[in-house]
Design a protein around this ligand. Structure first.
Ligand code: KDG
Length: 318
């Protein structure tokens, strides 16, 4: 049985060296990046048997993405598209530094995934998985991607697969009103919701603190678990009527992109191993901290490393 299946777009992330501008750089580092494959990689690195479903052109850039994800132990389930009629999405990342913010520029319109149909994907993988995860980025990409998201969530629900959804609101893809309507249509198919407190307020129109937000969402939509993330203020989870809180583990931030996905990966990986909610929050938080210390979207870590963060170890390992 597969532990985890995720579904979503993976792009090529192109970033100039730190301190260089996109306008003038001669060098771009190429890495795979996409919220849902970031989660699959993070969980696979922590021992989960993880699959990731997507659609890509059967071309060198498409295969480049798959090769990188495979190298971390993720099993791809890709609908290969005609390379002459489709493209790989890309995103440019210019690292910031005070007072200049980090800048993400998408170049992903008409990427192969915008034409994805549920029949092209191995739905059986979702049925036999223990956990299915997707995010609010995918339904923003196209109507076909939104319909496929709903269809896979339904398939997972019918099969008794646990379904999680990370809101992941991206203001460069759609506006809050359209996003909120799409999310609320999907919520009936979701067991565990991950939501940043800021998005809960600004996109879902919720008021109050994290606990109040979690209670409100669970009552209205019937989630089994709601995890509200609060950046450096840590996370709060509501599960079976109980509230759990987790602080962040301190980290020197080298690259913050993918931190939320690393949190989700650590959380799911620990739940899949039978860990309780507090343990899952700890694993999520520690995996997120480790992600921040490395370059790229992916949480390239190990169970031992996560354990040592949780246990407060660090320093020089020799
Ligand atoms: O969570 C990290 C993602 O933002 C990054 O991987 C790119 O998938 C991406 C997106 O759509 O923003």
């Amino acid at each position: 049985m597969t532990d985890l299946v995720t579904f979503g777009e993976t792009m090529l992330r192109l970033s100039p060296p730190r301190g260089e501008r996109l306008e003038t750089t001669r060098d771009l580092t190429v890495q795979a990046g996409g919220a849902e494959s970031n989660v699959a990689v993070g969980a696979a690195r922590l021992g989960a048997d993880a699959r990731w479903l997507s659609k890509l052109p059967d071309s060198p850039p498409g295969r480049r993405i798959v090769n990188e994800l495979r190298s971390h132990g993720v099993r791809p389930g890709v609908a290969w598209a005609d390379p002459d009629a489709s493209r790989v999405g890309t995103y440019y990342l210019e690292h910031g530094g005070s007072p200049r913010g980090t800048n993400v520029i998408y170049d992903r319109a008409d990427a192969a995934i915008t034409t994805v149909e549920p029949e092209e994907l191995p739905a059986g993988a979702v049925e036999e998985a223990e956990w299915f995860h997707t995010t609010g980025i995918t339904p923003a990409l196209s109507e076909a991607a939104a319909e496929t998201t709903t269809s896979l969530l339904r398939t997972a629900g019918d099969a008794g697969t646990t379904r999680s959804f990370d809101l992941n609101y991206r203001s460069k893809l759609w506006d809050p009103e359209t996003a909120r309507a799409a999310y609320e249509d999907l919520f009936e198919h979701v067991d565990t919701l991950f939501v940043p407190r800021r998005d809960a307020r600004e996109v879902l129109g919720r008021e109050g603190g994290a606990v109040e937000i979690a209670h409100g969402l669970a009552t209205e939509f019937g989630f089994d678990t709601v995890v509200v993330t609060r950046g450096l203020d840590g996370s709060v989870a509501l599960h079976d009527g109980s509230v759990y809180e987790q602080a962040v583990f301190e980290a020197e931030t080298f690259d913050a992109i993918g931190t939320g996905d690393a949190f989700v990966a650590g959380f799911i990986a620990e739940r899949l191993r039978g860990g309780d909610l507090p343990a899952a929050l700890r694993w999520g938080s520690a995996t997120a901290a480790l992600k921040r210390t490395t370059d790229g979207d992916l949480a390239v870590t190990t169970r031992e490393e996560v354990r040592s963060v949780i246990e407060g170890e660090g320093g020089i390992n020799r």
